[in-house]
Design a protein around this ligand. Structure first.
Ligand SMILES: [Zn+2]
Length: 316
């Protein structure tokens, strides 16, 4: 039962790691871990070895079968992977609230804009009514002036009255221009209000569905993180105290605690290993740390068909 639980965790963890590194063009997950010792060899006691065999061996993938491999190495490599998985899950979980806030803000902006268009449309209609009233008032004046035209006694007074009527008619034309502008604006606003009203319910439902989706993802990630933390505990318990201490210390100071040796150089600080030390890393059953940066080193022999130059001994 435990075995299958661990296997399921491994699969989910790999899926998370796949997601994390998809699209990552550089600096991705190191192909293989490394092991280190701070200042030289890290010998494992028989007790440690038995503990490791009893607790971790056969529990999951990642176990090295290379000859004379330090028993802590596979465990500390996996521990690093599990820690990365936990860190990824944590950053995903912590990002959820801001993602939810973002879509809520988008919906609120949509609703706010909709309300603003509606109130501008209402104001527009009120302005048009006021302008219409103004026009009616002026028309009343003009009508009165026209009646007065018949009553004036002099040409001078007649011309003055006509001039006044023309002035009022000009005012009406100016107001009618304003009415026209309001009508154009009302057409636009009306279109926006209708379009938004038609989308409103759909938008609300979409945002609610997205929020539910994010909440589900958070719950899933929290479950995965609990599994990973349980696995972490198991791995940490399986490590010798000195290796665990070294791992934690290096992880804290360097970020990455376990790195692969690539072309004879430390995969963390890229400093070339001394030839003798390089040979020890490749063949020793000791857990070795980079002499430059202190990261735990591991070596992956080239597979069959690859350039065997990497696998040949360095002459000393
Ligand atoms: Zn280094």
């Amino acid at each position: 039962m435990f075995q299958s639980a661990v296997t399921a965790l491994d699969e989910r963890r790999l899926a998370v790691i796949d997601r994390r590194y998809s699209g990552d063009s550089g600096g991705g997950l190191l192909k293989a871990p490394a092991f280190l010792c701070q200042n030289g060899r890290h010998h494992v006691s028989g007790t440690d070895h038995r503990k490791w065999l009893g607790s971790v061996q056969g529990l999951g993938p990642g176990q090295e079968t290379g000859e004379a491999l330090h028993p802590d190495l596979a465990t500390v490599k996996e521990l690093q992977e599990v820690d990365r998985t936990i860190a990824d899950l944590t950053s995903r979980i912590e990002a959820i609230p801001s993602q939810i806030k973002k879509i809520e803000d988008q919906l609120n902006a949509f609703l706010h804009s909709h309300e603003e268009h509606k109130s501008r449309l209402a104001a527009n209609q009120k302005e048009r009514r006021n302008l219409d009233t103004e026009i009616q008032t002026i028309r009343g004046k003009i009508s009165k002036h026209r009646d007065q035209l018949y009553e004036v006694k002099t040409n001078e007074a007649y011309r003055t009255m006509l001039h006044e009527i023309e002035g009022e008619e000009a005012k009406i034309r100016a107001i009618e221009d304003q009415v026209l502008e309001r009508m154009v604006e009302a057409d636009e606003l009306d279109g926006l209000v209708h379009e938004a009203a038609a989308r409103l319910e759909g938008e609300k439902q979409r945002v609610a569905a997205e929020k539910r989706q994010l909440e589900t993802e958070r719950a899933n990630d929290e479950g995965l993180r609990r599994d990973a933390e349980a696995r972490r505990q198991l791995l940490a318990d399986a490590l010798s105290e000195s290796t665990l201490r070294l791992y934690e210390k290096t992880r804290k100071s360097r970020g990455t605690a376990v790195v692969q040796v690539i072309d004879g150089s430390c995969g963390g600080c890229h400093v070339k290993l001394r030839p003798q030390f390089y040979n020890e890393v490749r063949s020793s059953d000791a857990l070795l740390a980079c002499e430059s940066c202190g990261r735990i080193l591991f070596y992956v022999p080239p597979s069959v068909g690859e350039d065997i130059g990497e696998g040949t001994r360095v002459a000393m």
